[in-house]
Design a protein around this ligand. Structure first.
Ligand code: IPM
Ligand code: MG
Length: 351
């Protein structure tokens, strides 16, 4: 297969982890006779520094004309500490999600047998966890009307959803649940929020089209608690943008490290693959960040083209690196801490 992949390294550790994913994909392409044409483009703080815009038109054109996007990380502390900054790296990510129509963010949470004791949660609680969040990504409070009242002392952000937006996300959730263990949880705050009541009403009306799927409706605060208490109770969870942002960080604790969790953001035409972690600026340039979340995001990319043998080859080599202790310092615990680039080289050579 011939693939044109836009390569958006972004900020902080983004370039380092992306480089490892590229090495692994190139090794895989050689082995399975694919041709990957990488198209690097600027985004985030790196793009602000270069051209004053975190998601330049040129980058958008490259993404829109590619078969998929592989993305590193975005964010720079020089903007976090300046509430008056007019342009922010994160705006680039949000604009990219919106302009590419990436409405469904797929964030799986699973455990790695060799890492189960790295999780702060008890083994018996998390063993066998295999759940997936479908987070709505282009609506809600992230994109609602926001501002300040004239007095400057009052600020507001609004959460708006249309039935259509809920339906297209829920459809993906139902379809995914059908292929998995047929359980779907709709996470909302319908006891308080009107937008959540529309979510519930919309999902309830869709139930009849998916008779095999058993749907539960739970409030987000209760899910936040039960998720770390009884993660195996869940299979597919659908939720709105902000709830999904918060719960997926929480869920990453189950796997033992945020440096392990991949994600896919899917639209009608194109999909983007990225680790769920941020730009980890303290580690930037030190060659110490864990590249596995990005490498596993690349596995999801191959899945996206129905190249499941290739995707499994990546997952297999990642599992091998974990069980053989070829890991970065976040997971090395007394053993040798490998450099980011060493882990990438090891993975590529074992493909
Ligand atoms: C994520 C991140 C982003 C989000 C930030 C960087 C804007 O936290 O992808 O989860 O809030 O969506
Ligand atoms: Mg987040």
């Amino acid at each position: 297969m011939k693939l044109n992949i836009a390569l958006l390294a972004g900020d902080g550790i983004g370039p380092e982890v992306i480089n490892q994913a590229v090495k692994v994909c190139d090794a895989l392409a050689e082995k399975y006779n694919h041709e990957i044409n990488w198209k690097p483009a600027l985004t985030g703080a790196a793009a602000i520094d270069a051209v004053g815009d975190p998601y330049p038109d040129e980058t958008h054109a490259i993404c829109a004309n590619s078969d998929a996007v592989l993305f590193g990380a975005i964010g720079d502390p020089k903007y976090d500490n300046d509430p008056s900054a007019k342009v922010r790296p994160e705006q680039g990510l949000l604009r990219m999600r919106q302009k590419l129509g990436l409405f469904a963010n797929v964030r799986p949470t699973f455990t790695f047998p060799s890492l189960i004791d790295k999780s702060p949660l008890k083994r018996e609680r998390i063993e066998g966890t295999d759940l997936v969040f479908l987070r709505e990504l282009t609506g809600g409070i992230y994109f609602g009307k926001r501002g300040r009242e004239d007095d400057g002392d009052t600020a507001y952000d609004t959460c708006t959803y249309t039935r259509k937006e809920i339906q297209r996300l829920a459809k993906k959730g139902f379809e995914m649940a059908e292929k998995r263990s047929k359980r779907l949880c709709c996470v909302d705050k319908a006891n308080v929020l009107e937008s959540s009541r529309l979510w519930r009403e919309t999902v309830q009306a869709m139930e009849k089209d998916y008779p095999e799927v058993k749907v539960s409706y739970e409030f987000v605060d209760a899910v936040a608690m039960r998720l770390v208490q009884w993660p195996s109770d869940y299979d597919v969870l659908i939720t709105e943008n902000l709830f999904g942002d918060i719960l997926t960080d929480e869920a990453s604790v189950i796997s033992g490290s945020m440096g392990l969790m991949p994600s896919a953001s899917i639209g009608e035409k194109i999909a983007l693959y990225e680790p769920i972690h941020g730009s980890y600026p303290q580690a930037a340039g030190k060659d110490i960040a864990n590249p596995l979340a990005t490498v596993l995001s690349a596995a999801m990319l191959f899945d996206g083209f129905n190249l499941s043998e290739e995707a499994d080859a990546i997952r297999k080599v990642v599992n091998k690196s974990l069980s053989e202790g070829i890991v970065t310092e976040d997971l090395s615990e007394g053993g040798r801490a490998y450099k980011t680039s060493e882990v990438g080289d090891w993975l590529a050579s074992h493909i």
